[in-house]
Design a protein around this ligand. Sequence first.
Ligand SMILES: Cc1ncc(COP(=O)(O)O)c(C=O)c1O
Length: 424
Amino acid sequence: MRNRREEVIAGHRLEPESLSMGYGYRPEWSEGSIKSPIFQTSTFVFKTAEQGKHFFEIATGQIEPEEGETPGMIYSRLNNPDLEILEDRLCLWEDAEMGLVFASGMAAIATTLLTYLRPGDILLHSEPLYGGTTHLVNETLPEFGIVSVPFRADMSRSEIEACLAPHEPDGRLAMILIETPANPTLDLIDIRMCADIAAARATDGRRPLLAVDNTFLGPLWQHPLQHGADLVLYSATKYIGGHSDLVAGAVIGSEADVRPIAATRTYMGTMADAWTGWLLMRSLETLHMRMTRQGDTAAKVARFLEEHPKVRALRYLDLLGPSHAQYDVYRRQCLGPGAMISFEVDGGEPSAFRFLNALKLVKLAVSLGGTESLAEHPASMTHSGVPLEEKERTGVSAGLVRLSVGVEHPDDLIADLSQALGAV
Ligand SMILES: Cc1ncc(COP(=O)(O)O)c(C=O)c1O
């Protein structure tokens, strides 16, 4: 399916937003159809038994494909043309070798962790993490004998290594998982520093892998692989899908690191379906435009909120000034502030609820990154299951509200936020 011929025109390298319309697909394969058809099929017919045997030998790693040979289609749990074209297109945004699409962001994260973690291994992770990921690392993984060690964004490398130290005599650090910016606090984690922590623990040619959940800024405003990450994880439900009409996930990285995850995906059956893959290709065509507009609007909304007397502890990445501890990390690893905003309203949960209940244009719903602006209350919704003590430690306070800015007119959003704050 790979078709790299359109990548360059007269020596000019094309950008992902231009390639998103046709990369990896040729209309002549499908009666001239400008869009790839939806391959709504469970299985694929082999021309001969010998061909079927050959396809399986490649798919199961018994033989390597020949130079230029693309693995044949077998069964939609292993591969499907819509997913393969989409995966190639996702790689364009990260300049990566291999991508995989999953049934959800959680499927992408869980499949990745279960590929690389074994009983006795240590998972070092940032906090806060999205509530679902928190449950996975705090509750599910320990049941399989995996030790989860959290660290906070404000910790230095030596403080993080001090968190690890008590566990290292008994286990091997196998993976570092970070979410940056963190959901919902927008705390930033230094990707390079985490890559250095991993590199310092390489033994016998094995190194702990660094996986970065890039859902809040990717794929436009942060490219973790360029800062030393090994794997980029996505809830593709968010900006990549972008229309709040599907649930999907993705993992992107080098072929060596992603190939083993593909095998786990095959045997756990956590892949996305063809229709979702097709919808995500549709979404990628407008990704740059949507995210740029959302980012511009978020800047205007943040300026309004910054001056509002009822708004406290406003978090929006462009507000990080040179005196802020995370300013250098922001300048080094982010290409923009994104379109996510968090803030507190005075009076804890009752005031936050009054504000959320008064919204008219902004929808009161979890999720983010879609065309419509969404607001939610992390402490009682997305992070409801996170223990209170952890919420307090990580800044998920009772008055915190999270806002995902959509593509509506900025003045309309500001009018709505203004009247809702008036109700507090
Ligand atoms: C940062 C982050 N990672 C992962 C997920 C999980 O993704 P999904 O809901 O697609 O499973 C979410 C969901 O909100 C998220 O915000």
